[in-house]
Design a protein around this ligand. Structure first.
Ligand code: NAD
Length: 289
């Protein structure tokens, strides 16, 4: 049976946004030394402070021991340069959903980390095969696709590209399990499993809105309270972030050669144009804060 990465080994998380923070929180709680890096000034340091507070809230709710929380805090560090992740056994990338930017990052990382280090991308939809293609060791790159919010969502899709070594995917699978997650292996197809199945959920809801069938709150309530979904499509898009969600739709649309089923919505494009990115911006379909 494949072993998970050892507790105490270094996990680097690149990108201290919504996903990177959640991944860092979970990895440190699971016993890893975590190095969190972001190109945005102070983003990683602020994220580490926030995660520390989150551990405190978990202690108050009785969902984490006080000592456990202190130890997790001690294992979690913001770093100021990419070079500081040199000793990592696993790097999880959670930066902007853009193929060229992700490729550039992994090419830089290959110059920094050791040959045994596993490189994982949290991409929602970009081909893992394509991200790995320019690397010297494309076999060590794998998708490790968490869901939002990371500490609460059990599923992790472990995505193999054409070049991904099976042993690498197995280590990431076992590691996700050791973090209390329920991983599933999948091949690199556009949107993988969940984001492929979810695309029509958003698309039809946006079409209903454009046809003025009902307002977002009503449509959400129908799907949530009667349809059995945990969240309605509009509150879910606000949570994910319209920049991220729109980029995923574009990526799946392009990957399927413009299949009209996946046509991105002008309504969502307008939210992006306005900077109404959802919860993280204080406004999306709904107002926050
Ligand atoms: P986000 O915008 O909240 O955070 C991205 C962070 O990456 C930002 O802090 C940004 O400063 C940083 N960044 C950008 N380029 C960088 C670089 N070159 N080096 C270091 N840091 C860099 O985005 P997010 O929602 O956390 O999404 C990150 C990734 O996770 C994307 O690929 C996205 O598709 C994927 N994802 C998102 C969700 C979701 O629900 N938001 C779910 C699953 C997967």
């Amino acid at each position: 049976m494949t072993q998970a990465l050892a507790k105490g080994s270094i996990v680097a998380v690149i990108g201290a946004g919504a996903m990177g923070c959640g991944i860092a929180q979970v990895a440190a709680a699971a016993g890893h030394q975590v190095r969190l890096f972001d190109t945005r000034q102070d983003a990683a340091a602020k994220a580490v402070a926030e995660i520390g507070k989150t551990y405190g809230k978990l202690v108050e709710k009785g969902r984490m021991g006080a000592t456990e929380a202190d130890l997790a805090r001690e294992r979690l560090h913001a770093v100021g340069s990419l070079g500081d992740v040199a000793g990592a056994s696993l790097v999880v990338e959670a930066i902007v959903e853009n193929l060229d930017v992700k490729r550039k990052l992994f090419m830089e990382l290959e110059e920094i980390v050791g040959d045994d280090c596993i490189l994982a991308t949290n991409t929602s939809s970009i081909s893992v095969t394509a991200i790995a293609a320019p690397l010297r060791h494309p076999q060590r790159l794998v998708g490790m696709h968490f869901f939002n919010p990371v500490p609460l969502m059990a599923l992790v899709e472990v995505i193999s590209g054409l070049a991904t070594d099976k042993g690498v995917a197995d280590v990431v699978f076992a590691t996700a399990e050791s973090w209390g997650k329920h991983p599933a292996h999948a091949k690199s197809t556009p949107g993988f499993i969940v984001n492929r199945v979810a695309r029509p959920y958003y698309a039809e809801a946006l079409r209903l809105l454009s046809e003025r069938a009902a307002d977002p709150a009503t449509l959400d309530a129908v799907m949530r309270d009667c349809g059995g979904f945990r969240m309605g499509p509009f509150e879910l898009m606000d949570l994910i972030g319209h920049d991220v969600n729109f980029a995923v739709t574009q990526s799946v649309f392009n990957a399927y050669f413009g299949d009209p089923r996946f046509t991105p919505s002008i309504i969502q494009q307008e939210l992006l144009n306005a900077g109404f990115l959802g919860r993280k911006a204080g406004r999306g379909f709904f107002h926050y804060g």
